[in-house]
Design a protein around this ligand. Structure first.
Ligand code: 5AD
Ligand code: SF4
Length: 446
């Protein structure tokens, strides 16, 4: 590649989970420190970071078609500089470099703190790949948080040791690591100083977080939440995503004891059949999952539940799929994510016998989603008439209209004289399938 001018504008395109959103924000901050500014809406950027996700579907193909779109009909000096980041970069870095000459940087999720250095090399015309996995080093090397949204993310844990047989995460994000307690409390304070009212603690397996508090005592996620709740100005705490195997008594109790911990739990179950769960290498059964939820609900009665589901795991029969529907009926989720099984290269399930036909998966997904949508709407209706606190996150479609989140993570929209970041009391007037219309009651002090 030829040496080129330093980019002046950037765009980070993040796909996939909230951890990628967090990583995307941190990459943007680093580029900002170098004086590179976000490209104005609708204009081409000099540098495009494709922050990819590898968890489902044809992720890699999507990267190549994005690269094609960015470079189509452009000579090298007109095309943007391209960096591929995220989990596809980790899994297929070398192949991307070989197949896509337009890409000048490939950087894995544990190495993106080195993006500025790589950028210097790219400007000299050198292509660079970095897919090392020194996760902790990354956080120490990132710039301070100076700007944020009222509802912010904070990555506290990365990686996964669970090895569910369908999942690529243990290979792309590596082994479970917890960021140190002190760093998290400091970053949370910085986020609050920068305007955050709500912080969602993120981790592929967030409930496996462990650390040592400032007195040297061993603490788990519940201990961390308890201490973060003492941060002045922080009004709400959430966490995601958990694994049923790591949910301890302390975390359950925290839901009953800490007002700032929102009444919401995202706890993926994946399937309702014990045979399928075993083949997935999940360590729970349908029954043990339901019992666990009961304990959470006993601690916090108005807890809203969310889950993840996979339909069409290899070998899943019609009768086994029916068990998933039965479990959905038993739980009554407030919201949920559901996916068709997608074979991930290198995972055990990809080579299992009994891969399920696409049409069968389509039909199962449709039935599952109909049940989940029905329950989501029912949950929304059950909150009609309540007045609750809403965190204003953005303007709505119409002038004077605002959108925010209820404690149960529902989207609520209403009109009134408020601003982004305000915590206001809103009466939930009319429930729709995906959101609620509300009426502003009063502001509450943060
Ligand atoms: N196919 C389909 N869905 C998957 N998920 C993870 N791996 C796969 C796969 N290979 C889903 C799971 C997980 C969520 C983040 O993505 O439901 O909880
Ligand atoms: Fe993947 Fe299972 Fe780990 Fe979740 S718990 S990241 S599904 S291996």
């Amino acid at each position: 590649m030829k040496p080129t001018n330093s980019p002046k504008t950037y765009r980070v395109k993040s796909f996939g989970c909230q951890m990628n959103v967090y990583d995307g924000e941190r990459m943007a901050e680093m580029l900002g420190e170098r004086g590179i500014v976000p490209a104005p809406e609708g204009e081409d950027a000099d540098l495009v970071v494709l922050n990819t996700c590898h968890i489902r579907e044809k992720a890699a193909e999507k990267v190549y078609s994005d690269i094609g779109r960015l470079t189509k009909g452009k000579t090298q000096d007109k095309a943007p500089m391209i960096a591929v980041a995220g989990c596809v970069a980790q899994a297929e870095g070398e192949e991307i470099m070989a197949r896509a000459p337009a890409v000048s940087m490939v950087v894995g999720p544990q190495a993106y703190h080195r993006l500025p250095e790589m950028l210097d090399r790219a400007v000299q015309g050198e292509r660079a790949t970095d897919t090392d996995m020194p996760a902790i080093a990354k956080f120490a090397a990132l710039p301070e948080r100076k700007r944020t949204n009222p509802a912010s993310f904070l990555t506290v844990q990365e990686g996964c040791d669970k090895f569910c047989t369908y999942c690529v995460v243990p290979y792309t994000r590596g082994a479970e690591i917890s960021r140190p307690y002190g760093d998290l409390v400091t970053e949370a304070r910085k986020l609050v100083d920068a305007g955050a009212k709500e912080i969602t603690l993120l981790g592929q397996n967030v409930s496996a977080w462990s650390g040592e508090d400032d007195k040297g005592h061993a603490v788990g996620l519940a201990g961390l939440i308890r201490d973060l709740a003492k941060v002045d100005g922080l009004a709400r705490i959430r966490y995601t995503t958990s694994h049923p195997a790591d949910m301890d008594d302390d975390l359950i109790a925290a839901h009953g004891e800490i007002d700032k911990l929102m009444p919401f739990l995202h706890l993926p179950v994946q399937a309702g059949s014990d045979r399928v769960l075993k083949a997935m290498n999940r360590s729970h059964t349908a029954e043990s999952y339901l019992r666990l939820l009961e304990r959470f609900r006993a601690a916090r009665q108005d807890l809203a539940l969310s889950g993840d589901f996979i339909v069409g795991f290899p070998g899943e029969t019609d009768a086994e799929f029916e068990e998933t529907l039965k479990l959905v009926d038993a739980v009554g989720y407030a919201q949920a994510f559901s996916f068709k099984y997608s074979p991930r290269p290198g995972t055990p399930a990809a080579s299992m016998e009994g891969q399920v036909a696409k049409e069968v998966m389509d039909e199962r997904l449709q039935r599952l989603q109909a049940a989940l949508n029905r329950d989501q709407w029912a949950f929304n209706r059950a909150t009609e008439g309540r007045t609750c606190e809403v965190l204003v996150e953005r303007k709505g479609k119409h002038p004077g209209q605002w959108l925010g989140k209820t404690p149960w993570l529902q989207s609520a929209w209403f009109e009134g004289d408020v601003g982004i970041g305000d915590l206001v009391q809103v009466e939930l007037v009319e429930a729709g399938p995906n959101s609620l219309a509300g009426r502003l009651r009063e502001r509450v002090a943060a």
